[in-house]
Design a protein. Sequence first.
Length: 364
Amino acid sequence: MNALRFDLFCRVVDNYGDAGVCWRLARQLASMGHAARLWIDDLGTLARLVPGIDPALDRQVRHGVEVGAWALAADAGAPEHGVVIEAFACTPPQNYRNTLAARHCLWINLEYLSAEPWVEGCHGLPSPQADGVPKHFYFPGFTPATGGLPREAGLLARRDHAARRDKAERLRALTGLPADDLAGDCRHVLLFCYPDAPWAGLRAALAQLDTPTCLLVPGPRPPGLSDLGALRVRDIPFVPQSRFDELLWCCDLNFVRGEDSLVRAIWAGRPLVWQAYSQDDDAHLDKLEAWLGRAQWPQPAQDLTRAWNRGDDEAVRRAAPLALADGPWQAWRARSRAWADALAGQEDLAAGLVNFCQKRLQKS
């Protein structure tokens, strides 16, 4: 397999998802022996995710990936016979695009993740461009007819190896929490959500359960989210991207948001509640329904996920105890593990992308 040269473009629109997806893909391509450059417009956000990135440096190399400030891309130009990836329709600078045709590049529009059926029909389709440079839509997804999901080599094996170690010990190393918060009879729940999440309903529900819950909150805690009844709320430090998987593996239930965190929570093989990024006209609820159709959670877990995405505190308060009752909880755990294992049998995003690009470059 011939090594390729990839340029990835990333604009950080909101939060950490854009940078997270692009960095993860760039790093995996580099680990596979391909040259990878990441042009990004917010080095500060990337630095929070990747220790060692200096936001004051316009050019640097980390984990085999060349990282450059967006503004420098126009003068650098595209790699000869290379692949240019614009993540989520962030069009590269015009001066850079002017070099694509002469350097015989392949242009990829890496789209957002979706479980909706129409994705399969659009994946890989060309989009005619005025300058004649081939541009193709590339859709991550949950079926073999899509571009697959990001998954590094050996990820699930590392997950299973970690599970053989004491959970309290792993959590202590990640969070610095005292032993009292890490008791074996406590359900540990990660709360990584958008500010509009109905956390008050979740707080009320968890406080009334027989099983004590330790709610782990990275970043700023919502005002008013505090201990109540059987619930303990604990702030934890922001972990870099490379250790986020370990945190998900330690938790019994993961509330996650956005795209990158969703995929990592799926690979954890544990129950999760996903908060989709809110869109106009509630388009995100259609994406949610398509995803729930793939996930096939037990009904109480689906009801909780819908209530969480509608921002309905009262519905969350009613749904959470039903989803966490012994029968549905055990079914949710089993399905989570089975789905992760089934998805791991499909080609991952980076491998599929490389195969796709090599075939088209050979024809050009």
